[in-house]
Design a protein around this ligand. Structure first.
Ligand code: GRF
Length: 222
């Protein structure tokens, strides 16, 4: 994505706690991931992610969905805010709004998301409860390129955790998020440094198309 020496201007879209944002900030210390964290955009005021941005000295902006009134007005305001920051890379980190197709298409190959399921299983919401209700043996999270197909873009890396007896949505979420905090900054860094790319509607890593996402499993133990 960026040439040698230049950091990729990166904007992170958030809606809530921002633990993934924090992981990205921490891992990028000293520019280690190749990112210039140029801005954080939230669709709601008062969220913890905005405090994390402030503490790290990253400019942030709220494009308030409630205030925009309509989906169209929100989409337009968000597009103006995002384009104004001129990002090389757009990172969705717990952003809870569906983006307009034209915005997604403008950043195709440069926009990543992390979704808490082993896609293509369980696109959409409530993935922990759904995996538990189905009696699945594994759950996890997928880092993928964002395309207009919701939670359907090419997958890059999956973090898998084995579902344990007695797991609840909360215990599962905690373990899955621990993995997200590891694999999501990795993938963002690969994109920033040009190891990860987008060609012919596919994800490429180190010069080869990814036939399947990389797989990282939770280490055994408590
Ligand atoms: C993450 O677990 C991610 O899978 C999902 O939303 C959650 C956001 O958490 N897309 P946080 O705001 O990064 O703590």
């Amino acid at each position: 994505m960026s040439g040698a020496g230049r950091r990729a201007r990166t904007v992170v879209l958030v809606s809530g706690g921002g633990s993934n944002l924090q992981a990205i900030i921490d891992r990028n210390a000293g520019g280690a991931l190749g990112l210039e964290l140029a801005g954080v955009l939230s669709d709601r005021p008062g969220v913890r992610a905005l405090e994390r941005a402030a503490a790290a000295g990253i400019p942030s902006m709220v494009v308030d969905f409630a205030e925009a009134g309509t989906r169209e007005a929100f989409a337009q305001r968000l597009a103006v805010a995002l384009d104004g920051l001129q990002p090389d890379i757009v990172v969705l980190a717990g952003f809870m709004r569906i983006l307009a197709h034209d915005l997604v298409n403008r950043y195709l190959g440069r926009m990543l998301n992390v979704h808490p399921s082993l896609l293509p299983l369980y696109p959409g919401l409530d993935t922990y409860r759904r995996a538990l209700a189905a009696g699945d043996a594994w759950h996890g999270s997928t880092v993928h390129f964002v395309t207009p197909d919701l939670d359907g873009g090419p997958a890059i890396v999956q973090y898998r955790v084995r579902i344990r007896t007695g797991d609840t949505a909360d215990t599962l979420r905690e373990r899955v998020q621990r993995g997200e905090h590891r694999v999501y900054p990795d993938a963002i860094g690969w994109l920033a440094k040009g190891r990860l790319g987008w060609r012919d509607s596919r994800a490429w890593l180190d010069g080869r198309p990814l036939a399947a996402p990389l797989q990282v499993d939770e280490p055994d133990g408590p």
